[in-house]
Design a protein around this ligand. Sequence first.
Ligand code: C5P
Length: 228
Amino acid sequence: MTARGDKPFVVAIDGPSGVGKSTAARRLAARLGVPYLDTGAMYRAVALAVLDAGADPADEAAVVRIAAAADLSLAGGEDGSFSVLLDGRPVEPRIRAPRVGEAASRVSTYPRVRQRLVALQRASARAFGAVMEGRDIGTVVFPDTPHKIFLTASPGVRARRRHEQLLQMGKEISLAEVRRELDERDDRDTGRAASPLKLDGSYVEIDTSQRQVDEVVARMEEVVRQGS
Ligand code: C5P
């Protein structure tokens, strides 16, 4: 896929946690031959810097200071996906710890944190385009892209998927607790003043509740190719 005029080719994939965005977006990027960027990993990297510094994610001034000073960058990998670096070192797998996810959900509500990361996200897509996954890609980061997909799934399915992931990571947690945390995160993502998660008419919505990943990817590819 190529850029149109001077605009990079960007596929925006937004939606709440637990809808299968990452796997589907990564596969779509490989099929389209463009880089993949998981923007949630960037918010998680800021959260990691905050926790490493011993700061409280609820302390906006401290978080903004740490985010502004953090040496955050993106490195293009051989598999076509960007990885996030903090102080020049990969942040995976440390950013996948549940406490980092929880902190990411808080630090992402601060406008100054978002501004810094959005600038990096835009710059990363400039050269080769990207399949970008997050919460605000189609509303704020690249609102003009014609390729916008919003993934959804029922809350019960999302909680079950997330619960399975956590059990695989060795975390003992009940399904009810996972559901409660998911609801809290949804409230923060949709209710925050800065760049809330919002489905509007410019997106094509795909419900992943009853679909296998391959089906979701095929449908997304169809949407992108029809729109290009
Ligand atoms: O997608 P993931 O769960 O890894 O994202 C971590 C957190 O970062 C989310 O809870 C969400 O609040 C936030 N986020 C965001 N905007 C994005 C991507 C993620 O606010 N574009």
